[in-house]
Design a protein around this ligand. Sequence first.
Ligand code: TPP
Ligand code: MG
Length: 355
Amino acid sequence: MSGKPTERPNAETPLRDPERARDYLRRMILVRRFEERCVELYQSTKIRGFLHVFIGEEAVATGVLDALTPDDAVVATYREHGHALLRGMSARSVMAEMYGRVSGCSRGRGGSMHLFDAQTHFCGGNAIVGGGLPLAVGLALADQLQGRERVTVCFFGEGAMAEGEFHESMNLAALWRLPVLFVCENNLYAMGTALQRSESETNLALKAASYEIPAWSVDGMAVLAVADSARRAVDAVRSGAGPHFLEARTYRFRAHSMFDPERYRAKSEVAEWREKDPLLQLQALLESAEELSEDDLAEIERSVAEEIDDAVAFAEAEPNEDVSELERFVYSDSSTAWRGARPWATSGSDRGARS
Ligand SMILES: Cc1ncc(C[n+]2csc(CCOP(=O)(O)OP(=O)(O)O)c2C)c(N)n1
Ligand SMILES: [Mg+2]
């Protein structure tokens, strides 16, 4: 019985491991600067399509992903550049994908919202709100059936909790005690819709707990608190305690996407949240403990800039996929194996079915 959601005090998580904290700071700076560069590249039309940045929310993915082993699986949303980088995908493969290059992680066919990498078990990037939830449940069910000891972490926005898929996924995950950690990135808005305008119950951990899933909330602007909470939850999931749910209370500093005049929130509200910037908070904590000097910070910024410059130069120089390959992957390569048995093939012809 999970009963009601557990509130955990987390504002003052102590700095137990300065080296690890410095590493978190570097990772968050990498994600922030990478996305700032993406915005610039978008404005100069080097990157096309949709672009949703995670700026302000970096502590969530940084803290949660640190609790995983390389064998665990990750499912994310369309706001997933940071998750991909933090999972260990190279800045080159992510940036090349943003450019639509053949050497991008999805051969340039997915772009910003469809980053994917089998090697790091980064199972997307998903453009559909709530679309990742059933995928995560399916991955965890497969692991359970095949006896693999893997945890799947599923990130989604609070907007996804108004979708039917959320409820179906929570129910089945709890019923079958699947090894999933659900992480709700509650940034208070789904595009221009505030949480209280779309949810009758705004206590999100309570909603999850109603499925008998242990659930609690954490300050999503405080990376050490997120990391502590996530570790506790991941350890529990790994030990066979079934699915868990973490609500990370966070905020996006930028617009929903590149097309959003932001008429739904006051500038003063954004300014208030910017005071809680997860990068500045951690920096201040490290500095006050004398665990971060100006030189340390300059070195982090320098090495991050170098990594991003290299990724941009790489993406600039790479080719797009040849147009002759356009139809490849429309059907899977293995589709030729069952071509003869296709139920809708009424004649011997195979019109429209190219592999
Ligand atoms: C099923 C579905 N409905 C609507 C959309 C359009 N849409 C794209 S993002 C978004 C808001 C989602 O908000 P939230 O889940 O809170 O994530 P956030 O963008 O805040 O990270 C909507 C409605 C979509 N992509 N998929
Ligand atoms: Mg949201």
